[in-house]
Design a binder for this molecule. Structure first.
Ligand SMILES: Cc1cc2nc3c(=O)[nH]c(=O)nc-3n(C[C@H](O)[C@H](O)[C@H](O)COP(=O)(O)O)c2cc1C
Length: 249
């Protein structure tokens, strides 16, 4: 990817690739602290800061989480592993202490998911700026009750969203192409379906070439999307988050 503009920040952002293989090297505490503080510097809805990040430091717990993510060994082998959580716990405690009811619904859950993701992406960019590679782990949501138990039992109001592996890269993958910018950047309205389909078709060709270059079958992006969204995924999520106190209504 490229832009007509260039500066160190843009170059860093455009150099992003998920890293899935890591050298056997820890990430120093000072670097982690810097990334977490950078995460905290992200914008946050009304400054509610509805996020917590749990670093999993116990190697046995990291090993226990591997099968819960569909066997992603990088969860145990990366330099550091984190669980990113939307977190309304502090708000609930504050309401309790004030004797006020806590009546936060889907909006509060969305605020937590958005805040946590802005925080996490700031962390990723911070780590990448320090020379590390990173990979989010959505596979963490395969079995959240088991992840919760592995973390010693999370309190109400804490919603694990995804994991994050960080470490020194042991691979240099080619960049995964993105949709044409005109498929995502619109002005004053939304594209008609024919125009959108044309963009996706164009992207399919680039994507199939990328897959082939990676040594995988030359499958287009739309084929993967159709496969992914034609079956129910992680059906237990609403029940888990509701059990953690989320009102998704
Ligand atoms: C929330 C989230 C969850 C993800 N979960 C996984 C995962 O479980 N395993 C994995 O290998 N990659 C995971 N990824 C990485 C994506 O597959 C990757 O970002 C995407 O294919 C684009 O590739 P790139 O990051 O190299 O540009 C995840 C990314 C995001 C944003």
């Amino acid at each position: 990817m490229s832009t007509s503009q260039s500066n160190a920040t843009l170059e860093l952002l455009l150099a992003h690739r998920s890293i899935r293989h890591y050298q056997d090297a820890p990430v120093p505490e000072a670097d982690i602290r810097a990334a977490v503080v950078a995460g905290q510097a992200a914008s946050t809805s009304s400054a509610v800061q509805a996020v917590s990040v749990i670093q999993v430091t116990d190697p046995a717990v990291r090993e226990a989480i591997v099968p819960l993510t569909g066997g992603q060994t990088k969860v145990a082998k990366s330099g550091a592993f984190f669980v990113i959580c939307g977190d309304v716990r502090r708000h609930r405690l504050t309401c309790d202490d004030a004797g006020a009811p806590y009546d936060a619904r889907l909006e509060a859950f969305l605020v937590a998911a958005v805040d946590a993701s802005l925080f996490a992406q700031n962390m990723v960019v911070a780590f990448e700026s320090m020379g590390y590679g990173a990979c989010y782990i959505g596979g963490l949501r395969n079995d959240l009750p088991a992840v919760d138990a592995a973390l010693g039992g999370l309190p109400e109001g804490v919603y694990p969203l995804y994991g994050l592996c960080v470490g020194v890269a042991a691979e240099a993958p080619i960049a995964r192409p993105r949709l044409p910018v005109d498929a995502v950047w619109m002005k004053d309205g939304y594209l008609d379906d024919a125009a959108m389909r044309a963009h996706m078709q164009r992207y399919d060709d680039a994507y199939a070439g990328y897959m082939e270059a990676r040594g995988a079958p030359a499958r287009g992006w739309t084929a993967g999307v159709a496969k992914m969204f034609s079956k129910v995924q992680r059906a237990g999520l609403a029940a888990y988050y509701a059990a953690k106190g989320a009102d998704l209504g």
